[in-house]
Design a protein. Structure first.
Length: 78
């Protein structure tokens, strides 16, 4: 990723996942990348990756199934 130093990394990765949800890359019900997947894809720390997933859930974009993963919970905004 091309990081913007003035924006926290978790917000940048959050925006990336949000854009993928809005564009339909991750449709409703689709499993999102795990924290480990986000670490491998973006190079962020595991703590930061967990924060991204937590913030997506807090915003209502995703929900967690314990032991299974985090899933998209809403339709893209059009």
């Amino acid at each position: 990723m091309d990081w913007q130093p003035e924006i926290p990394r978790w917000r940048q990765v959050y925006a990336l996942i949000e854009e993928r949800i809005d564009s339909g890359v991750y449709p409703p019900g689709e499993r999102l990348p795990s924290a480990l997947d986000l670490v491998e894809e973006t190079g962020i720390s595991p703590v930061t990756a967990r924060r991204v997933l937590r913030e997506l859930r807090a915003a209502g974009l995703a929900y967690m199934e314990p032991g299974i993963g985090t899933f998209v919970s809403r339709l893209p905004s059009t």
